[in-house]
Structure formats: structure tokens, C-alpha cells
Design a protein around this ligand. Sequence first.
Ligand SMILES: Cc1cc2nc3c(=O)[nH]c(=O)nc-3n(C[C@H](O)[C@H](O)[C@H](O)COP(=O)(O)OP(=O)(O)OC[C@H]3O[C@@H](n4cnc5c(N)ncnc54)[C@H](O)[C@@H]3O)c2cc1C
Length: 256
Amino acid sequence: MSVDLLIIGGGPAGMAAAIQAARLGLQATIVERDRLGGQANAAPWIENYPGFPEGITGKELMSIFERQLKRWPVKVVYDEAKDIVSYEAKSVLLAVGLTPKLAGVPGEIPYGDPDRIDHSGKDVLVIGGGDSAFDLAWGFAKKARRVTIGMRGETPRALPKLVTRAASSGVQLKTNWSPLDNSYDVVISCVGKQAKHPLFEKMEKASNLFLAGDICHVEDRHVAIAAGDGIAAAQSAYRFLNLPQRRKGAEKYKAI
Ligand SMILES: Cc1cc2nc3c(=O)[nH]c(=O)nc-3n(C[C@H](O)[C@H](O)[C@H](O)COP(=O)(O)OP(=O)(O)OC[C@H]3O[C@@H](n4cnc5c(N)ncnc54)[C@H](O)[C@@H]3O)c2cc1C
């Protein structure tokens, strides 16, 4: 059966879209290859999502999203979408986020949820100099024996607040770090994201395809933006499905 809105990706953008779509009376299905919450599950502490004045861990925030999602008749299918054409849907929302880049250092792993990376009592190197690197290093410092940030330049690009917080939890900073210096138990790459998701590359313009979340904001990756995008995309899908005269405004991509 053809659903009204097929949402690929169950991160904050996909879950927010599904809640809004269901509220609008659309039949929505989420296809998620891993777990609901996406990258936000890796965020050690989120202090810029409105409504949580003291801040909240990414995992807790995502479990609240999931609780809210479960109140609505949204189907969640655990599967990796390889393309879009194999699904029957009247409209599709791509909310797949972005794939982490690798630094090209032997043995490195892409950044992710600290709880899924065995780092307890270990010597950890986080490669990168941005917000996520300092945020994650701080997260790893709770259980690791030692955490070092290796960055290529001299000046961190991260928020000063995140740099200070990492330093005060014992994280060491190596500026002008060389890839030859990788004698660590765990090496985690945190050097940004690939500008496009492979699914996105297989698409061309179509009026029933919408985008939301990090995939639209390579530079500004935030949960609130992703959630807001998801809601806006569900509204656009609703208008596309119910108000043909307004179809012109919809974002336009299609699988090829
Ligand atoms: C360490 C770290 C700290 C962060 N800290 C903050 C913070 O403090 N504040 C803040 O606002 N934001 C923070 N963020 C950013 C925030 O997590 C992201 O902006 C947000 O998760 C983006 O949501 P999204 O739904 O667009 O994508 P994602 O969260 O990436 O979700 C995409 C989902 O799509 C799924 N998917 C991908 N491809 C497929 C496929 N082919 N088939 C099926 N499923 C697929 C993935 O498994 C994933 O679950 C942080 C991120 C990290 C990594």
C-alpha cells in the first residue's frame, strides 16, 4: 500500500516530520537503518534546544522525541534504504543527515555515540578542532584513561565554552598534530561531514520529494533546526498531497 509520506531517516528531523504528518492526518512511515534519534544520540550535552533550560543529554532528548512519536500512528521500519524508487509512497522525505568524514589515519573510526565505542580506561585520540570534537572529547573523558585532541592548525574552531570545558575535564590539546602521531588505543575522526548523502546523489528534481535536517544545513547542524525543518517538510508534503494548486512551492527532487 502506498503511504502518504515515507520518511527516510529517524533522527530529530524525521521524527518531528512524522509527528507533524500524523497530526495532519497523513499516513507516515519512517525507514531507519539503525536507531531512532540519529546523531543526536551522540551529543553528550545539548544546551541549545529550547524548552530545557538546564540542558539535557542527546539520548534523553531523543527518548522524549521517541515517546512523543509513539503517541501517533506512525510505522517505523528498521531497514537501510538503498534507493527511493523501491518504496511505494505518494511523497518522500529525505531526513538522512550527513555521513562523517574520515581523516585518513590508519585504525581511525568515525565519531559516534561514546556509549557505542569501547573507550573505558583507554588512551583516546579525537582528531578535529570543531564543536563536535571538543564536545565528544569531553564526553569520552568521563571514562577514558586519557583523551587528546589532535588538530591540524593552532586555533580551535570550536566555541570557546566547549574548549574550556574539555580542558577543565583533563582533555589535552595537541595543535599542529601530525597523522604520524597515532599511538593511541582508540582513534576517532571528527573532521566534519561529507557534503552530500549517497541517496541524495541518486536523485533528480521531483515535486513529491522533500528534504529536512542536516542534509540541508552542512554548516548549521542543530537539533532544533532539524526538528523545525521536519515540521516544515511535513506541512509541505500535506499541501502537496491535498492542495494541488499549491504544489509549485514544494522542494523538488526525485530518485533516478
Ligand atoms: C557529538 C555531537 C554533538 C552535538 N551536539 C549538539 C548540540 O549540543 N546541540 C544541537 O542542537 N545539535 C548538536 N549536534 C547535532 C545534531 O545531533 C544534528 O544536527 C541532528 O541530529 C541532525 O538531525 P537529522 O535528523 O537531520 O540527522 P541525523 O541525526 O543524522 O539522523 C539521520 C538518520 O537517518 C538514518 N539514515 C541515514 N541513511 C539512511 C538510509 N539509507 N536508510 C535508513 N536510514 C538512514 C541514520 O541512521 C540516522 O538515524 C551534535 C552532533 C554530534 C555528533
